[in-house]
Design a binder for this molecule. Structure first.
Ligand code: ACO
Length: 342
């Protein structure tokens, strides 16, 4: 789907960025004592050394509130007058209702429009397009967009094919109405899906199709890793090409590639496919694992903090997730004051 740019209706501009990771850290050695795996296997196959996980009752809403608060602080005066809160998540605190209204209330934003977007690991890019659309349509002027997932709550703790690759966390941005020509203006977008391939990555039970299953494994994430890998690299590359063409950018115009952090080999293969140099990649998966909808804003934040993402950089953003779903966008990086993720 080619989403119209907001060029004719005003731009949506990135004005703040924040992130939060739960304090409990699980490294590969700890995992190796629990399941049949090794630090060497996980590092070489995924690039992950450790991940943060929720415990002690921490939830998606709790993480989203922490990240949201930091993004609002980062936005300064643009953090005031927020009229919509969009939460990208596939692990809401409750099946019903959405978690965004609770996030809004806990941030003192009660009264703002608030809803969840579920496109799993593509959720942040889908929600970014949605938030930009709200601004372009003049339904909102300032939007808090949070990507937050407690993805480890979907995993069978004994499943060595999924446990090593996921972590929990939240990342958030503030978008404000502005000019499509100024630094930070997001878009155009390319979004897509392929629902025929839902069962490559899904949780069979717990939803309306099968509320409860006698087979406990039906309540955990089921993943065909190799097939997901192949689709991820192909779709992130084709979606990136589509959005670059729409933006009128050549591959050589891209300074930084912020891709969904699912596996460092997926990022490297996608960059190679696109002809982007390896040093254009913003990579933080080593200490976060795959944090699903939080992964892109958390990678942006680490990029700002460690200096790989600088004001003026031309940035390509691309994500891929269960569904299957994918999405990409571009922006010129604005100057932002950010706190490191706590
Ligand atoms: N530790 C040790 N050995 C393992 C582990 C483990 N944790 N897991 C699998 N193995 C073994 C397998 O049994 C297999 O053994 P065999 O050769 O004796 O049969 C061997 O390692 C290789 O297994 P593969 O599945 O071929 O390993 P691969 O290189 O494909 O890596 C991985 C697996 C990391 C899951 C990779 O396929 C991948 O990253 N896929 C994409 C997953 C993904 O990104 N999912 C999220 C998408 S985004 C979203 O929406 C959530």
């Amino acid at each position: 789907m080619q989403v119209p740019t907001q060029q004719s209706r005003g731009g949506a501009v990135l004005a703040g960025l924040g992130g939060w990771l739960p304090p409990r850290v699980v490294d590969n050695d700890e995992l190796s004592r629990r399941i049949d795996t090794s630090d060497e296997w996980i590092r070489t196959r995924t690039g992950i050394a450790r991940r943060h996980v929720v415990d002690n009752g921490l939830s998606t809403v709790d993480m989203a509130v922490q990240a949201g608060r930091r993004a609002l602080r980062s936005a300064g005066s643009y953090g005031e007058g927020i009229d919509a809160v969009v939460l990208a998540t596939s692990t809401p605190d409750h099946l019903c209702p959405a978690s965004a209204p609770q996030v809004a209330a806990e941030l003192g934003l009660s009264g703002a429009a608030a809803f969840d977007v579920n496109a799993v690991c593509s959720g942040f890019v889908y929600a970014l397009a949605t938030a930009a659309g709200l601004i372009a349509a003049e339904i909102a002027t300032r939007v808090l967009l949070v990507g937050a997932d407690a993805f480890t709550t979907l995993l069978d703790p004994d499943d060595r094919t999924t446990v090593p690759i996921f972590g929990d966390g939240a990342g958030a941005v503030v978008l404000r109405q502005g000019s499509p020509d100024e630094p930070g203006a997001v878009g155009p977008f390319d979004l897509g899906s392929e629902g025929e391939l839902t069962d490559l990555l899904y949780v069979p039970a717990g939803g309306a199709r099968l509320k409860r299953s006698d087979d406990p494994s039906d309540h955990y994430l089921r993943m065909q890793g190799q097939a997901v890998f192949r689709h991820a690299t192909a779709r992130m590359a084709s979606s990136s090409r589509a959005v670059l063409e729409k933006a009128g950018w050549h591959t050589s115009d891209v300074d930084r590639f912020v891709g969904h952090q699912a596996n460092v080999r997926i990022l490297t293969a996608t960059a190679k496919n696109l002809g982007l140099p390896a040093d254009s990649l913003v990579v933080n998966i080593g200490h976060t694992g795959n944090t699903s909808a939080a992964s892109i804003p958390l990678a942006m934040l680490d990029g700002v903090v460690d200096g790989t993402l600088r004001a003026g950089d031309r940035v390509l953003v691309s994500a891929f997730g269960a569904g299957l779903t994918w999405g990409s966008t571009v922006l010129r990086w604005p100057g932002l004051e950010c706190e490191p993720p706590a």
